[in-house]
Structures are given as structure tokens and as C-alpha cells.
Design a protein around this ligand. Structure first.
Ligand SMILES: CC(C)(COP(=O)(O)OP(=O)(O)OC[C@H]1O[C@@H](n2cnc3c(N)ncnc32)[C@H](O)[C@@H]1OP(=O)(O)O)[C@@H](O)C(=O)NCCC(=O)NCCS
Length: 425
């Protein structure tokens, strides 16, 4: 690792320090060889003063114990019917698993305690069938969890709830993670499973809004039950105020840390609105914009601009922010009197390309030009003509279509850029 990698990792630390992360592990992850790495990563998070709550599932262990005892199970993930025999197997499997998780945490010198923090009631009749001992979460006892966190104790939350009569109920761990995160005002939920979400959720973009996640589920009926559950809870959590929910595979190397300490991560992230923002640039962005584009200027992808050029036209610029960092920009220069506007300075930072951000910026530029009342938007490009053609621009050789002052600049700056036009009416 070099120092610039370290710098880019450390930039995240101040915003995470003192915040709560809910890490939700599928039972299968705890039995896998990847678990020891996850334990080390949890210790790193704690050393950075990030508060961690561990929620675990137990479907794999319940299934295995049911098979060993020859008990036919009515449901293993806490979403269907839990009959009495299944509840008994589930309670045994979950209790053993929680204990084993606690033991493992002590091997990385983390103090931990199991917390019975889930108030639930019987789910009742679902689709005409009595769900038996399956519970619906009513409330999370946030004060119990918070008091553990305040004492530097990592709470381990098993997927069991208790009703007002003290009856134990089986609850789904994905739902537990979401409810715990909402109750503790957590900064993140991180779902870790053995399934690779990037392989399953084949999509160019790995950051989704809650709405994207739901429409993806609706249009992909073959998704696994586990993935659907995580995406649904992720969408709901972001609606309930959790800023980010990550889905990662325990199998990718350094999964937890890579996902958290890089902008693009290794998994899939569902975000609340604040994560990705397209906004008009302000004077405070001038230095960042200049630093952002100067490499592209050196490579002659963009026309030369000084700081004062940017400053003089700052109200023309639009920036794209990811997680509070500016990663792309575009400018729309109006030509008053000609009903034309120029799309210029389109740039997406290296390391962030190929995620659709360029097309988001082009879309924002088109919207801005329409608002300005422009009948067409033109661009002069040396190296991205093909890109703009894909975005609906058409090449033209007819330079008389340019506003006069721009035509003169084209003729004298020696870039020999290609003219592209998009009709806005
Ligand atoms: C051009 C640029 C803005 C695209 O940003 P981006 O966020 O990667 O774009 P998107 O994610 O929307 O689109 C990616 C697609 O465009 C293609 N693409 C990227 N740059 C391209 C180019 N210069 N010419 C043709 N296609 C290009 C990619 O290959 C990718 O194709 P795929 O969907 O088939 O995989 C970015 O590469 C950039 O900043 N380039 C340097 C500056 C520049 O040339 N700006 C244009 C000035 S007019």
C-alpha cells in the first residue's frame, strides 16, 4: 500500500468516528472460513472508534440441527410458519451460535454480550395460514444496546424476540438488522452473506436508491430469497432514515474494509437520497473543480481553463457529489440571443467512470439548457464524440450552426474539435 491509498482510506475515518454500524451476518458466513477475517475487520472498526452491533442469522445452523435431530422444519429463516418443533430446534441452534460468536469475538479482544433487545408479537395469520411462533418485531430496546455500546461492549443480537408474556418467537435477522439500525440512528447496515451481490445483481451501477432496489426486485423474479429480503430491508431502512445499507459477500477479499473505505466499494450499496447529489456549483467548489479537471486539460480532453475562467462562469457549472466528494462536473454556457447553449467541461473522475455518472451529468446539462430556454445544446469534443453520440447528440460539419463568438474560438484554438448537436425541442 502506498501513502495515497492510506490517505484515501483515512478520509473516511472522521465521518465514521463515534457512529454506529450494524453488521448483519448470515448464519452460513459464521460457519465459513471467511469469518476469521470478518472478526479482524470488526476489531479494526472498533479501533477506529466505530460502534458496532452484530446481528446474526442462523438458517444454515437451524437446517443442520433439524437434519441431525430428524426434525422436519416448517421454516428456517423466520419469515414463514414456525411450528413448535421448529422453534425448539431454532432456539437451540441460535443460542449455540450466539455463544460461539461471542467466543470468537474474544479471540480478537472484543468485549461482547448477547442482548435480548427485541420485543415482538406473533405474526398471526399470513396469507390464510397461522405463522405460529414466527414473530413480528414490535420494538427494539435501543437503551439496552446503547448502554452496552457506551461501555465499549459489542452487542450480539440473535434472531429471537420476546412477547409481553415472555414467549420466545423466531424473527428474521435481516428485519432485526434494519430495526436495530433505525432504533440506534445507525450510519450504516452492512449485510454480509456468502452470495456475491455483484454477481447476482448484474447491473453496471453498484449504488442504488431504495426505489432502484425495489424496481430491480420487481423485474427480476429469479433473484434468491436471501437477496430479495436484503434488498427489501435495505430499501426500507433508507426510507426510515439509515443513510446507507451495504450488501457484501464474505468471500471477496477484505470485503468489509474495502466496501467501507473506498467510494466504489466491492458490494452493492443502497442509499438514501443524500448519497448521490447533482447540484449547481458554488464559489466554494472552484478549487476542487480546477484540481478535478486539470489532468483532463493536460491530456487535451478538455479545453484549457484557468481558475479565474472557472470562477468567472461558476454559475454555469453543475457538480456530481458522491458521499460528499465532488467526482464529476459539467458546464452549460448560454449564448444569449442565439437560443443555443454549449455543453462543456464534462468530466468524471478516474476511478468513478463506467458507473453512469457521465450520463447523469449529461442529463443534468440537458435539463439546465431547457430551463434556460435553449433550442439546442451543442458540444465541441476532441475525444468523446462517440460518447456524446450515444447520449443523443449528432455530429455536424456545419460550423455556421455555432454562435459566432464560439466559431471564432473554434477556428483559432487549434483543437480541431468535432461539433455535436442535440435538439432540445
Ligand atoms: C466521457 C466521460 C465523461 C464518461 O463518463 P462515465 O461516467 O464513464 O460515463 P458513463 O458511465 O455514463 O458511460 C460509460 C460508457 O461510455 C463509454 N465511454 C466513456 N468514454 C468514452 C469516450 N471518450 N468515447 C466513447 N465512449 C466512451 C464507456 O466505454 C462506457 O461504455 P459501456 O457502457 O459500453 O461500458 C469520462 O470518461 C471522462 O471524464 N472523460 C474525460 C473527459 C472527456 O473526454 N470529457 C468529454 C468532453 S466533451
Amino acid at each position: 500500500m502506498n501513502f495515497s491509498d492510506l490517505r484515501s482510506i483515512l478520509q473516511y475515518v472522521p465521518q465514521f468516528r463515534g457512529r454506529t454500524f450494524v453488521v448483519a451476518l448470515d448464519g452460513a458466513v459464521i460457519d465459513s472460513p471467511d469469518f476469521s477475517n470478518i472478526l479482524l475487520d470488526l476489531a479494526v472498526l472498533r479501533s477506529l472508534n466505530i460502534k458496532v452491533v452484530l446481528v446474526h442469522g442462523a438458517a444454515a445452523q437451524i437446517e443442520a440441527l433439524g437434519a441431525k435431530r430428524h426434525v422436519p422444519l416448517s421454516n428456517i429463516d423466520g419469515t414463514g410458519v414456525t411450528d413448535e418443533a421448529t422453534l425448539e430446534v431454532s432456539m437451540d441452534a441460535i443460542t449455540r451460535l450466539s455463544n460461539s460468536v461471542m467466543q470468537s469475538l474474544t479471540t480478537v479482544k472484543l468485549k461482547a454480550a448477547t442482548a435480548n433487545a427485541i420485543h415482538a408479537h406473533p405474526a398471526g395469520i399470513i396469507k390464510g395460514i397461522d405463522a405460529g411462533f414466527t414473530g413480528t418485531i414490535e420494538k427494539i430496546d435501543g437503551s439496552v444496546l446503547q448502554s452496552f455500546l457506551d461501555q465499549d461492549i459489542l452487542p450480539v443480537v440473535p434472531p429471537l424476540g420476546f412477547d409481553a408474556d415472555g414467549q420466545t418467537l423466531r424473527v428474521n435477522s435481516d428485519a432485526v438488522a434494519r430495526e436495530v439500525a433505525t432504533a440506534l440512528d445507525a450510519a450504516k447496515v452492512i449485510f454480509v452473506s456468502t452470495e456475491d451481490p455483484r454477481a447476482v445483481l448484474i447491473d453496471r451501477q453498484h449504488q442504488w436508491s431504495g426505489e432502484d432496489a425495489i424496481s430491480f426486485i420487481d423485474s427480476h423474479p429469479a433473484l434468491s430469497v436471501g437477496m430479495v429480503s436484503k434488498l427489501r430491508h435495505a430499501a426500507r431502512a433508507t426510507r426510515d432514515g439509515v443513510p446507507r445499507v451495504h450488501l457484501i459477500s464474505s468471500r471477496s477479499e477484505d470485503a468489509l474494509l474495502s466496501e467501507l473505505f473506498s467510494n466504489e466499494g466491492v458490494g452493492v450499496m443502497v442509499y438514501s437520497d443524500a448519497y448521490q447529489k447533482v447540484r449547481p456549483a458554488t464559489r466554494g467548489d472552484i478549487d476542487e473543480l480546477y484540481l478535478l479537471i486539470h489532468r483532463a486539460i493536460e491530456d487535451e480532453q478538455l479545453i484549457d481553463r484557468s481558475r479565474s475562467d472557472i470562477q468567472g462562469a461558476i454559475e454555469d457549472y453543475i457538480v456530481l457529489e458522491i458521499d460528499g466528494n465532488v467526482v464529476g462536473c459539467v458546464a452549460v454556457h448560454p449564448y444569449p440571443g442565439s437560443a443555443k447553449a454549449e455543453l462543456a467541461c464534462l468530466y468524471v473522475k478516474k476511478g468513478h467512470t463506467g458507473q453512469g455518472y457521465g450520463s447523469i451529468l449529461v442529463g443534468a446539462a440537458i435539463d439546465r439548457a431547457k430551463k434556460l430556454g435553449s433550442g439546442n445544446l451543442f458540444a465541441l469534443s476532441t475525444q468523446a464524440a462517440g460518447y456524446l453520440e450515444r447520449a443523443g447528440f449528432t455530429r455536424s460539419e456545419d460550423l455556421t450552426l455555432l454562435p459566432e463568438e464560439r466559431r471564432e474560438k473554434w477556428a483559432t484554438n487549434g483543437r480541431n474539435a468535432v461539433l455535436l448537436i442535440r435538439n432540445l425541442r
